[in-house]
Each structure stands twice: as C-alpha cells, then as structure tokens.
Design a protein around this ligand. Structure first.
Ligand SMILES: NC(=O)c1ccc[n+]([C@@H]2O[C@H](COP(=O)([O-])OP(=O)(O)OC[C@H]3O[C@@H](n4cnc5c(N)ncnc54)[C@H](O)[C@@H]3O)[C@@H](O)[C@H]2O)c1
Length: 265
C-alpha cells in the first residue's frame, strides 16, 4: 500500500522520541515517509529529530530535521519559513508535541499550569496560525492533532492542566474544521488511550508508585483489550486522517484506545 502520502509535505512536531523506542511522533514521521511523504521532522531536541531523520533515510525516505520549541512563536515562524524554503508547500500539519504533568488544582503550581498549556495548547494555535496561510494558498491541507482520551475522561489520577489542554485541542480542531471546510482544509484529532511509548516511563511511573513494570501491568489491565496500544496504533490513525482517503472527514475525533473509553464497568 505504499504511496498513500506520495509527495505530500508533512510537518511533524515532536518527531523525536523522549527515550529509547518509538514515540507517537517518530512512528508517524516514519510511516508518512514510508508512504511517500517528504517529512519535516521538528523537535526542540535536534538530536532526537536527527535520529528520526536517520531512520527515515536508512529506509530510503525523505526527511529534514529542524529544531524548534513549539511554545515559541518565533521558533514556529522560523519552522514554517524553513519548511517552505525547502519543500515550497505544506500539505499536512501533524501536531504531536505533548508533555504530561500530574496534579489537580491544589497540587498544580502556576508555573506547571502555564508550561503545560503553552506546550500542549498554545503550540497548536501557533503552528496553525503560521501554517494555514500556506494551505489556503493551495486550497488544500490536513491538520492532525494528537490529543488524548484525557480530554474526555478521568484516567485514574488528576491531570488537570493536561486534560484541559487536550480538551482545548479538540475544541480548536472542530472550530478550525468548520471555518476552513469550504477552503479545502480539514482538521481532525486522534485521541490515543494508554499507549506504551517512552513518554510514559519517567513522568508517569512516579504516579504509579515508581515502578515502570508495575505501571505497564496496571495500564495493560485497565484496557479492555488487555494491552496498552503503541506508537504505531496512533500513527496509523493519523495516516488515515492525513491522507486523501479521509477527504470527507473533518472536525472529528478518532479514539484509539482498545475500548477503554467505551467501558463503564
Ligand atoms: N503515550 C501515551 O500514553 C499517550 C496517550 C495519549 C496521548 N499521547 C500524546 O501523544 C503525543 C506524543 O506522545 P509520546 O508518548 O510519543 O511522547 P514523547 O515524549 O516520546 O515524544 C514527544 C517528543 O516531543 C518533543 N518535545 C517536547 N516538548 C517539545 C517542545 N516544546 N517543542 C518541540 N518538541 C518538544 C520531545 O523532545 C519528544 O521527542 C503527546 O501529545 C501525548 O500527549 C500520548
């Protein structure tokens, strides 16, 4: 099935991985490239983006690594300018960056709240603000936002700022979908459930009592399918939403959670 993204220019933010293995962004970047896309892999740790570039190039794909902090407006302007200078257009904006900090209103410091909102939510405003004019110029584009089921459910621990930012992503996605529907630009969200990616190891293991193996066991058990998902489950959902196969799909959320949100008891 190669070629589902043939010659499309795709920006993936957070295209590196915060540890060993496949993150959601790294897997999506690799999958887009396998399907023929020209990938602009963005991360604030340039080495992480370069690692993704190396993987893609070793498979014969096309990728450029770029350093940007998605919470910085000037970095995002530079990112868009550099992508246009290299590839002359942007077909897909894949907003993948997300950080997790736990706590409810009492435990969350103002600094933590501001950081999580800036990195998870304001970043989406900034990337869309600077990318959409280029999509409008071609009257075509697909925005794929990686939110979380934390936008719609309690996940066993308080994630106030994270949940608020992810819920805002869902709202921003449907808002933009309607505004730009007649201009050929689509916007959709993926809502991953419990995924076994490098992100969960450090910040979440603490929440689950400090033991990574026990955290994985607990998260597997909570999922009706009996196992957490992984980065490829998120990436394949994103691939569908990014590609022309979903040309009549906009303003929606695609839940990828092994049945977790469907369960009541
Ligand atoms: N892993 C899960 O269980 C899960 C569940 C639901 C949603 N998600 C979402 O999936 C997305 C990716 O998660 P992951 O598990 O692959 O994470 P990850 O931490 O492995 O990868 C994220 C990448 O983003 C980069 N990054 C972080 N802050 C950045 C910034 N300010 N600017 C640029 N790059 C930055 C990191 O360096 C890292 O390479 C996040 O939005 C996360 O909320 C993950």
């Amino acid at each position: 099935m190669a070629g589902r993204m043939q010659d499309k220019v795709v920006i993936v933010t957070g295209a590196g991985s915060s540890g060993e293995g496949w993150s959601n962004g790294k897997a999506a970047a690799a999958l887009y490239a396998r399907e023929g896309a020209k990938v602009f892999a963005v991360d604030y740790r340039i080495e992480a983006a370069r690692d993704t570039q190396r993987v893609i190039e070793s498979e014969g794909g096309q990728c450029v690594a770029f350093r940007a902090d998605v919470s910085s407006a000037s970095d995002i302007e530079d990112m868009v300018e550099a992508c246009i200078a290299k590839y002359e257009r942007i077909d897909v904006l894949h907003n993948n960056v997300g950080i997790v900090e736990t706590g409810g209103p009492v435990e969350t410091s103002e600094a933590s709240w501001d950081r999580v909102i800036a990195v998870n939510q304001t970043s989406v405003f900034l990337t869309c603000k600077h990318v959409i004019p280029h999509m409008l110029a071609h009257r075509s584009g697909s925005i794929v936002n990686i939110a979380s089921i934390a936008a719609v459910r309690w996940l066993g621990f308080p994630y106030l700022a994270y949940s608020a930012a992810k819920a805002a992503m869902v709202a921003m996605t449907s808002n933009m979908a309607v505004q730009y529907a007649a201009s050929g630009i689509r916007a959709n969200c993926v809502l991953p459930g419990f995924m076994n990616t490098p992100l969960i190891r450090e910040p979440l293991a603490k929440t689950y009592g400090g033991n990574v193996d026990s955290m994985i066991e607990q998260r597997d058990k909570l999922t009706p399918s009996g196992k957490m998902g992984d980065a490829w489950d998120t990436a394949y959902a994103a691939l569908y939403l990014a590609s022309d196969e979903s040309r009549y799909v906009t303003g929606t959320t695609l839940v990828v959670d092994g049945g977790l949100t469907a369960r009541c008891a």
